[in-house]
Design a protein around this ligand. Structure first.
Ligand code: PGA
Length: 252
């Protein structure tokens, strides 16, 4: 049975004190999860070590990175590697977030390299992808999403997919307050699982958790997460507020 996951993407928010306070509150309130549930926060890289230390007091709270470089090491000022993440006990990383694609020119080919580097370092990848408003309006959204999957991930062996989580995030829904309807999310998630099944077989496709991201809030999480192919969410703005994030975790 595939896992349900709620992951918070803090983006470039929170000072050290704020990050540790929020982590402490989550540790104190999270309680136990079932073996089919996971909860994660992805702080800015400078906070990873101290957030991971506080989070280690909870069996339930995982910590992931927001990005990493594709090279093992070297002259890449300002970047961090998979081995560095791993050395702080960080076992998951977001790759391909639409903000990385839009502001840092990350494309599917580069993301394929990053995925390989992460897996080689023993790090699970949460691969983010989704279409622009314009692409949905001109009805190319299924094609765009299929290409984002194929170009960055379809060189992987079926066995490597147990280390991949997908996060479908329509760009028009990120930080806009305009969320996809539960039906739109289900329709795209079913499409994604179908594309996976065509290439890797149904068993592999059925094992991959596909999260929805884009303006998930306490008042819409339950309905979105209730759809059969939606296996949880990647949460931006609402993950910065303890009560909102916990309510979304409860919706899982
Ligand atoms: P949002 O962000 O929840 O603030 O829309 C989601 C994301 O960017 O992962």
């Amino acid at each position: 049975m595939r896992k349900k996951i709620v992951a918070g993407n803090w983006k470039m928010n929170l000072t050290k004190e704020q990050a540790l306070e929020l982590t402490r509150e989550l540790v104190d309130t999270l309680g136990d999860l079932t073996e089919h549930q996971r909860v994660m926060v992805c702080p800015p890289s400078i906070h990873l070590s101290s957030v991971a230390e506080v989070a280690s007091e909870s069996k339930a709270l995982e910590v992931g990175g927001q990005n990493m470089h594709q090279a093992e090491s070297g002259a890449y000022t300002g970047e961090i590697s998979g081995a560095m993440l791993k050395s702080y006990g960080i076992n998951s990383v977001l790759l391909g977030h639409s903000e990385r694609r839009a502001y840092f020119q990350e494309n599917n080919a580069l993301l394929g390299e990053k995925v390989d580097a992460a897996l080689a370092a023993g790090i699970e990848v949460i691969y983010c992808f989704g279409e622009l408003l314009e692409e949905r309006e001109n009805e190319t959204h299924f094609e765009v999403v299929s290409s984002q999957l194929k170009e960055a991930l379809f060189h992987l062996e079926a066995s490597q997919w147990k280390h991949i989580v997908l996060a479908y995030e329509p760009i028009w829904a990120i930080g806009t307050g305009r969320t996809a309807s539960p039906e739109q999310a289900q329709e795209m998630h079913a499409h994604i699982r179908g594309v996976l099944a065509d290439h890797y077989g149904q068993e592999c496709a059925d094992g991959v958790s596909i999260l929805y991201g884009g303006s998930v809030k306490p008042d819409n999480a339950k309905e979105i997460f209730g759809k059969p192919d939606v296996d949880g969410g990647l949460i931006g703005g609402a993950s910065l507020k303890k009560y909102d994030f916990m309510a979304i975790v409860a919706a899982m």
